[in-house]
Ligand binder design. Structure first.
Ligand SMILES: Nc1ncnc2c1ncn2[C@@H]1O[C@H](COP(=O)(O)OP(=O)(O)OP(=O)(O)O)[C@@H](O)[C@H]1O
Length: 269
């Protein structure tokens, strides 16, 4: 359904994503996992057309997101849902208006129909009856659920989830993981989930993509990833601080840096 071809992104002197070919399967859940700064969010933004690549193409069927006119990109993006890392609820709107927001923006449906649709989505996330609450009155887990309801309000074919479980307690994280898994199956939705929550990623996904320093280092079913003998994959799965993935991100020697810094007092022997 979505295909990235020779896709790369460079920010100033940072290669956030090295040239990459990627296939996202239709009606399946793909988890993009990896450590901090490995390029997961960059890949998600490229695949959803939020940012343009430095090189390459993003194909939706035979349409290239990177070259289509912005009007068509806008239409395509209407068929996509997004759940952002920090829920991104509109603080001045209550729960009902947050979930109804895409329906008000993109459809001419009668308010009574919108009310029914919002009620269905809130029932799905277990928050029917909370329509009048403001975002500031919600717990982190509830806010994620509202954001989830908003992401699926238009019954999108594709939904992008950026860190859907970050900052949640294990039970709330489990609730969100189950919602993603069940809704994706029930609606035959194509879900793309960026996460560094290993357990959430492996339990939700049909297909896992593991990233490191802007490149895909492993992909396959959760079983294939769990059985991988690649030392980088093992270090990530086991959460070990030591291994091929270094703790320090600095590329220069600390000693050289200290001894060659202008103004540093050099100790003579
Ligand atoms: N808008 C930007 N401008 C400059 N550099 C950026 C920008 N966005 C990302 N980067 C850099 O690109 C690299 C990849 O970042 P990205 O956010 O894609 O990683 P990530 O795997 O999603 O990290 P995290 O899990 O911490 O959110 C990082 O080195 C980051 O500093």
């Amino acid at each position: 359904m979505i295909r990235g071809e020779n896709l790369s992104k460079r920010y100033n002197d940072v290669d956030a994503l090295a040239p990459t070919d990627i296939h996202i399967r239709a009606a399946a859940t793909t988890a993009i996992m990896g450590g901090s700064g490995s390029g997961k969010t960059t890949l998600l933004r490229l695949l959803s057309g939020l940012i343009k690549p430095t090189t390459g193409h993003v194909w939706y069927g035979d349409e290239d997101l990177c070259t289509i006119p912005s009007k068509r990109l806008y239409e395509l993006r209407e068929s996509m849902g997004m759940l952002f890392q920090y829920s991104a609820l509109l603080n001045s709107l209550n729960v009902y208006d947050n979930v109804a927001f895409p329906l008000h923006e993109h459809t001419d449906l009668d308010e009574s129909v919108i009310r029914t649709m919002v009620s269905m989505k809130l029932e799905q996330v277990g928050l029917r009856g909370f329509e009048e609450l403001m975002p500031s009155e919600l717990s982190g887990g509830m806010a994620k659920r509202v954001a989830f309801a908003r992401a699926i309000a238009m019954d999108p074919k594709i939904v992008f989830f950026d860190e859907p479980t970050s900052g949640l307690d294990p039970i709330s994280a489990g609730v969100i993981s189950t919602l993603i898994k069940d809704t994706s199956k029930m609606n035959r939705m194509t879900s793309i989930v960026v996460t560094h929550d290993v357990e959430a990623g492996l339990s939700i996904a049909d297909h896992v993509i593991l990233m490191w320093q802007g490149s895909i280092i492993a992909e396959g079913t959760p079983e294939v990833i769990r059985a991988s003998s690649d030392e980088r994959v093992r270090q990530f799965l086991e959460g070990r601080p030591d291994g091929p993935i270094p703790f320090s991100r600095s590329t220069t020697s600390y000693i050289d840096d200290l001894t060659h810094r202008p103004g540093t007092v050099r100790l003579e022997k």
